[in-house]
Design a protein around this ligand. Structure first.
Ligand code: TNX
Length: 481
């Protein structure tokens, strides 16, 4: 049997009651308020798999899902889980909270053997509202079925945002109405790193993915990287270069050589068409406009471009997120810089925080899932250093940048760039287990976090990943069973 606190992320409050373990009986049933029906069905399905019992839905189940009064300060993702000798009650103010509680309950079930749930009470709520990860579809494309499977996995750790890096020098991965060559030319055969990552999402496939993510209570954050990282767009539409001359497709991993033309009106027609289209396809509140490594855009052109483009997500009902380089310009009030570098300070981000902007923390030396674990890791890069599981866990986003404290943080995100990653199995190998460290940083109260506790809890997830067919790195830092 698991201990009540043997879950990731660790809940805010765990009070075990060893006298109150629940031995799941053969006639176990699930009852739920109408608003909790979807979570109840999933829970019943998981219970069926583990126990082999029929687990029907009844009026008075031994496992009850309840929608509770919202209360003043309760996060929509908060929940309470009470396990007693005669049954289980999971209560939350929203379906989102019940879904979070269901992830906790699911982790408390054994993989096999007698099904006994540990007695006691959990009261839980997230530290940060934004707990994300990023998948780079531009350097290598992954099929929608793979992305859905990935969504299933990350939701188990209460990750609630998936940022999709949809465009870069090597490929353009989202169909845009009125600009068909973007995907016909730059999403097709021969695109991606070494030409080995072809593919794109039709508008319908993207909309379907967004809807599927919503069933996992995950918000999709689409990124169109501007004004650099645009070679694929310029291959498709040469009028997007300053001189209008065609450029060659690129399949290498260089960065910083391409730029939209800040002084040309066609640039802004294109950008506004793309932002309007992506905003219309995206129900979530955010639209990421990139802004990183515009090394071949002059500082003046960058300012001109960003000053014109930054208000566009707002014009179409979205909040702009951008890599933190954009903090060099005056930001619209609700814009969110995402810090990604390895330096210990950043004046632009500190200035934005002082002006009241929320920040997403993604320092490469801690949260980049494409960095190698150690010298022997066969995949990944190492420009930000090696990122062991302990390094990905043992830091705090509120300490990372002077001037950017707890109250300035919207949350934390772990990006995964895909230069070296050709398959979902490659992706999973880099992500698991390190994403669990970032998930705990984003959810668990800071004072409750502890590396030695985390590494012990993490060991249990080896067999769980295997049972679910998820690839992971068996880091020597963990005593896997
Ligand atoms: C830097 S991080 C980039 C990406 C690369 C990544 C590789 C960032 C905003 N830009 O273009 O893929 O390094 O780790």
């Amino acid at each position: 049997m698991k201990h009540l606190g043997d879950v990731i992320p660790l809940p805010a409050s765990v009070r075990p009651d060893p006298g109150a373990d629940f031995r799941v009986p053969a006639d176990v049933s699930v009852s739920a308020a109408p608003a909790a029906a979807a979570v109840a069905d999933e829970l019943a399905e998981v219970l069926r798999e583990v126990t082999g019992f029929p687990v029907p839905r009844t009026e008075e189940g031994s496992i009850r899902l309840e929608i509770e009064a919202a209360g003043e300060a309760r996060s929509p993702e908060s929940y309470r889980l009470a396990i007693a000798a005669d049954g289980v009650t999971l209560g939350a103010p929203t379906e989102q909270g019940l879904f979070a509680g269901f992830q906790t309950l699911r982790q408390l079930l054994p993989l096999k053997g007698e099904v006994v749930l540990p007695g006691g009470r959990i009261e839980d709520a997230p530290r940060f509202a934004y707990r994300g990860t990023m998948l780079d579809l531009a350097r290598h494309f992954y099929q929608p079925a793979d992305i859905r499977s990935y969504l299933d996995t990350i939701a188990q750790f209460k990750i609630n945002h998936l940022h999709l890096h949809l465009t870069d020098d090597q490929g353009w991965r989202l169909e845009i109405d009125g600009w068909p060559r973007l995907t016909e030319v730059s999403g097709g055969e021969g695109t991606g790193i070494d030409g080995a990552g072809p593919g794109f999402l039709t508008a319908q496939e993207y909309a379907d993915l967004v809807a599927y993510a919503a069933t996992r209570h995950i918000t999709i954050v689409p990124e169109i990287d501007l004004p650099g990282h645009v070679n694929a767009a310029q291959v498709a539409y040469p009028e997007l270069t300053c001189d209008g001359e065609p450029v060659q497709p690129r399949t290498d991993a260089e960065v910083g050589y391409s730029s939209l033309c800040a002084g040309k009106e066609e640039t802004y027609t294109f950008v506004e068409d793309v932002i309007r289209t992506v905003a219309a396809l995206t129900p979530g509140p955010y639209l990421h406009i990139g802004g990183d490594e515009a090394l071949s855009t002059t500082a003046e052109d960058y300012r001109t471009f960003m000053t014109r483009v930054l208000p566009l997500p707002g014009k179409y009902g979205k909040r702009a997120i951008g890599w933190h380089e954009m903090a060099a310009v005056d930001l619209p009030q609700d814009a969110i810089p995402q810090y990604w570098r390895i330096e210990p300070t950043d004046d632009g981000v500190a200035r934005a925080a002082a002006a009241g902007h929320q920040v997403i923390m993604s320092p490469a030396d801690r949260s980049y899932l494409d960095m190698k674990y150690d010298e022997s890791t066969p995949l990944g890069l190492d420009w930000a250093g090696l990122v062991s599981v302990e390094r990905s866990y043992d830091w705090d986003p509120a300490d990372r940048l002077p001037g950017v404290g707890e109250e300035s943080l919207l949350g934390v995100e772990a990006p995964l760039w895909s230069e070296t990653l050709r398959s979902l199995a490659d992706v999973e190998f880099m992500v698991f287990p390190r994403l669990l460290a970032i998930a705990e940083i984003g959810w668990t109260p800071r004072a409750a976090r502890d590396w030695s506790s985390f590494r012990e809890r993490l060991a249990e997830f080896g067999p769980r990943f295997e049972a679910q067919g998820i690839n992971y790195h068996r880091s020597a830092e963990i005593d896997w069973p």
